[in-house]
Design a protein around this ligand. Structure first.
Ligand SMILES: NC(=O)c1ccc[n+]([C@@H]2O[C@H](COP(=O)([O-])OP(=O)(O)OC[C@H]3O[C@@H](n4cnc5c(N)ncnc54)[C@H](O)[C@@H]3O)[C@@H](O)[C@H]2O)c1
Length: 259
């Protein structure tokens, strides 16, 4: 029987790439996103490549308890199990602390942390229901290990994700479910990073065209993080080969963060 993966925030960018890579690795894929049109589009593209029924798109607001409960029920009704839940939804609102709006701080915590809690809780229940030694993987950031200037909401929420991952790993160890976070470096070509370039240029006092190089120069391996780097590590932590690893926060930063 094919394993089933659920990717929250699977409708675009990294999440889309992970959905397609996980399907290529042989999973059924539930593509879940706030943007249901994108989720359906990604699922359709997977089905065109791997055959009808391989993937299905779902709308979800990961910050809304009812919506997440409904998603878990829909995934159960459609695929009758969940082996892997990847929480990739995220949002970055940047501003100096003296200008940081409370609503932006709260949105950062809601999407980056509370949504992870809700999805991990509901999909852990589904794994337990079907007696599955499943995998929960959070897409985190190097900002979950080191502070990030003008990104207080994002960094605070991502740090919280590390504590949540460790606690979930303890709660779920008895059932053989592992929980790990992937701490990414900058995905330089992503809309999220590109949207922050004007603020970074201002912060650094340089033209926008020079910002990417500044961020490349911070990385010992001298390049940004690629979506494929993330997929490579994720497939390992989703596999049986990683069955002795849980509660970890794994750096994928080209050496930029080493603890
Ligand atoms: N882009 C980077 O440079 C970078 C670096 C490190 C870590 N990350 C992390 O990688 C992950 C993916 O980032 P990305 O660049 O692909 O971002 P993105 O903004 O391109 O995609 C995020 C996806 O999450 C969805 N989403 C947002 N709020 C949601 C909600 N409430 N419920 C369900 N879905 C929701 C969006 O619709 C979107 O499809 C995030 O967790 C981010 O923090 C990104």
């Amino acid at each position: 029987m094919k394993k089933v993966a659920v990717i929250i925030g699977g409708g675009q960018t990294l999440g889309e790439f992970l959905c397609k890579g996980i399907a290529d690795a042989g999973y059924h894929v539930a593509v879940a996103d706030l943007n249901i049109d994108n989720a359906i589009k990604v699922a359709d593209e997977i089905n065109q490549k791997h055959g009808a029924g391989t993937a299905k798109g779902f709308g979800v607001d990961a910050t809304n308890e009812e919506s997440v409960i409904k998603l878990a029920q829909n995934v159960d009704n459609t695929f009758n199990r969940a082996d892997l839940m990847v929480y990739s939804a995220g949002i970055a609102k940047a501003a100096p602390i003296t200008n940081f709006a409370l609503k932006d701080f709260q949105l950062s915590v809601d999407v980056n942390l509370t949504g992870y809690f809700l999805c991990a809780r509901e999909f852990a229940k589904l794994m337990l229901k079907h007696n599955t030694a499943g995998r929960i993987i959070q897409i985190n950031s190097k900002s979950g290990k080191v502070g990030s200037k003008h990104n207080s909401g994002y960094s605070a929420a991502k740090f919280g994700g590390v504590g949540l991952t460790q606690s979930l790993a303890l709660d779920l160890a008895d059932y053989g479910i592992t929980v790990n976070s992937l701490m990414l470096g900058n995905l330089l070509k992503s809309p999220m990073f590109q949207s922050l370039i004007p603020q970074y240029a201002k912060k650094l006092g340089i033209p926008e065209s020079e910002v990417e190089q500044v961020y490349i120069d911070k990385v010992p391996l001298k390049r940004g993080c690629d979506y494929q780097d993330v997929l490579n590590v994720l497939l390992f932590y989703a596999s049986d080969k990683a069955s002795y690893c849980t509660g970890q926060s794994i750096n994928i930063t080209g050496g930029q963060v080493m603890f």
